[in-house]
Design a protein around this ligand. Structure first.
Ligand SMILES: Cc1cc2nc3c(=O)[nH]c(=O)nc-3n(C[C@H](O)[C@H](O)[C@H](O)COP(=O)(O)O)c2cc1C
Length: 232
């Protein structure tokens, strides 16, 4: 049994524990109505003073293919010319985060049979991000750059809601910060106004039947929670 389901006690727990970053989607289409339903429920994410600082560009069909082709071209031909407008990772990751990141790399690439020093294999895997891992729907998520750090909390809650609402419909997703690097390509293609910053993409679709299940472990509660004042 998937160990994540060991924590599931009710349908909400099951949806939370059932979400994973899927990187092998089937081509089975997802209708506009389904994506609209997902967004309609995701918008109930809380946000400070209810400002709702999210914006998404929903791509399918030819629009998705056009974005994929442009990003793949840039990824392959302009490897040093595209940078995110925000910094996702600290320049020097302290422990325990560095160790976890290294564990991620080990688990992820070994699950794909890609060796530690196989730069070409890793690059081919990274390129799959830009085809949305074969998912029929891709979202590009932006935030108004005039907002402050707190609004990024709100955006994260919205993104999680999108991914959970997808699970509730038998779908999976993958959040992808790597799209942020290519904002200069995405901006004209999607008519993204200058005040919006590209935060990430989200692939959404049906997992391939052979797709691997949960790969990434989590630290135990004791590693991140400090309980005070409980009797037991
Ligand atoms: C904001 C954010 C950005 C991410 N960006 C990428 C990405 O660009 N490409 C990718 O393959 N996975 C990406 N991930 C997925 C993480 O690697 C994944 O969430 C983590 O390893 C835990 O695995 P799980 O989501 O399957 O539980 C991202 C996750 C988050 C939350």
């Amino acid at each position: 049994m998937d160990p994540a389901y060991g924590v599931a006690r009710n349908p909400i727990d099951e949806v939370i524990a059932g979400r994973l970053s899927c990187r092998e989607f089937s081509g089975r289409p997802v209708s506009r109505t389904t994506v609209e339903q997902i967004l309609r429920v995701a918008r109930f994410a809380p946000s400070g003073a209810n400002i709702q600082p999210w914006h998404v560009y929903v791509l399918a069909g030819a629009a998705r293919s056009e974005v994929s082709a442009a990003l793949l071209h840039a990824y392959e031909n302009e490897p040093n010319e595209h940078f995110s407008e925000y910094q996702y990772y600290a320049t020097a990751l302290p422990e325990p985060y560095l160790g976890r990141r290294q564990e991620f790399g080990r688990l992820f690439y070994s699950s794909l049979g890609i060796g530690q020093f196989d730069a070409a294999g890793r690059s081919r895997q990274t390129a799959k991000n830009y085809t949305f891992f074969g998912a029929p729907v891709g979202l590009i998520v932006t935030i108004d750059r005039r907002l402050a750090m707190g609004s990024w909390l709100d955006l994260g809650m919205f993104i999680q809601n999108v991914m959970l609402a997808a699970v509730g419909r038998g779908l999976q997703s993958c959040p992808q910060e790597t799209f942020a690097k290519f904002h200069r390509i995405l901006r004209p293609l999607l008519s993204i106004p200058p005040e919006q910053m590209v935060v990430c993409g989200i692939s959404i679709g049906h997992p391939r039947e052979q797709a691997s299940g949960r790969l990434m472990p989590r630290a135990d509660v004791e590693a991140f929670a400090s309980f005070k004042g409980f009797e037991d």
